[in-house]
Design a protein around this ligand. Structure first.
Ligand SMILES: Nc1ncnc2c1ncn2[C@@H]1O[C@H](COP(=O)(O)OP(=O)(O)OP(=O)(O)O)[C@@H](O)[C@H]1O
Length: 246
């Protein structure tokens, strides 16, 4: 049961459920003004429990990416709050937020944001260097993930020498390598052939089930929708449906 103390604008939640990992309260994002005003997200109130496997669906332009960007602290809301692990991320300093993101969130976004001068292997390894993970453990985790996403033999290539789908796989491996508690993924299978997409989803589901990692996807992909335990549907920036499946 969720015991929620709703203090909008408070630095931290007094206590939501121990199991709540993501909470948004009255979250709104507008772009532009006057005649060009776009209400990308309106009054989104969402509670996501640790270990959920959630798909955010809706037509193009309905606000899915906007919601993920706000949850990940990559964009600022026009109003409302985002709490991760009961901490209000909108009240963190820039350094606190970037440390928090590094240690708790893995991002898989459409623009892969790979570092162009680093090889695929180094891109995947990079965050663990920042976290001070020892070399032997880094190598073990990179090898395992490169195998899992089908990138064996391509570790020395830079992003420009990889196809879009291969870059996507590097981005997926990079997001998962530091075992973050939350993975935010914007259309993670969009550029993958159906077998690679299905394999990746199986790997994510395994991490979700074995390590209780929380996944939030935006997607049009029926394969993700089939596997999701919860589906939140957006239309014109508003949540119109929130369905949990057993
Ligand atoms: N930086 C921006 N400036 C102005 N408008 C924006 C900006 N980012 C998003 N929007 C608008 O906000 C609305 C929601 O966009 P968003 O990208 O969140 O939709 P989406 O559901 O993720 O779409 P898609 O499925 O096509 O990726 C759209 O009308 C979009 O044009």
């Amino acid at each position: 049961m969720i015991t929620q103390v709703d203090i909008v604008g408070a630095p931290n939640k007094v206590i939501a459920s121990q199991n709540t990992i993501i909470e948004t309260t009255h979250l709104c994002r507008e772009f532009g003004q006057g005649d060009t005003l776009v209400k990308a997200l309106t009054d989104a109130n969402i509670i996501i429990e640790r270990g959920e496997f959630t798909a955010i669906i809706g037509p193009s332009g309905s606000g899915k990416s906007t919601l993920l960007q706000l949850i990940g602290g990559l964009d600022n809301p026009s109003s409302g709050d985002v709490f991760l692990d009961n901490k209000n991320i909108n009240h963190m300093t820039g350094t606190e937020l970037s440390d928090f993101r590094r240690d708790h969130i893995g991002f898989i976004f459409q623009a892969y944001n790979l570092i162009p001068v680093l090889s695929a292997r180094e891109n995947i390894e990079y965050i663990m260097l920042l976290q001070g993970v020892p070399a032997a453990e880094r190598n073990k985790r990179v090898d395992r993930l490169m195998h899992a996403v089908g990138l064996e033999g391509l570790g020395d290539r830079r992003p420009a020498e990889l196809s879009g789908g291969q870059q996507q796989r590097v981005a997926v491996a990079r997001a998962m390598v530091s075992k973050p508690s939350i993975i935010l993924a914007d259309e993670p299978t969009a550029n993958l052939d159906s077998k690679t997409g299905a394999d990746l989803l199986d790997m994510m589901k395994e991490l979700n089930e074995k390590q209780n990692m929380t996944f939030v996807f935006s997607t049009h992909d029926p394969k993700i929708m089939e596997r999701a335990k919860r589906i939140i549907r957006l239309v014109d920036g508003c949540i119109v449906d929130d369905e949990r499946r057993s």
